[in-house]
Design a protein around this ligand. Sequence first.
Ligand SMILES: [Zn+2]
Ligand SMILES: [Zn+2]
Length: 81
Amino acid sequence: MPVDKKCMKCKELVKLPRECRNCGKKKFYNRIPYEWGLTTDDLIGLFCEQCGKGRKYFECKKCGCENPAEHFKWFFEQISV
Ligand SMILES: [Zn+2]
Ligand SMILES: [Zn+2]
């Protein structure tokens, strides 16, 4: 399950979208409508559960850094201090 994470660059919280930009898919309880998958160029991406539209990067609203989808894996949260 992807989670909101701090920006790699400026440490501002980057919130994953709660709604798919492409088809408008939403889930209950503030959950994220994306699943893990591989993009055509073999990068980890997050894909909409409904329309399958994938995203590789999520932009930080503060500094504009494009945080790769892989950055939002929960297990990185577990090992970071
Ligand atoms: Zn969608
Ligand atoms: Zn940032």
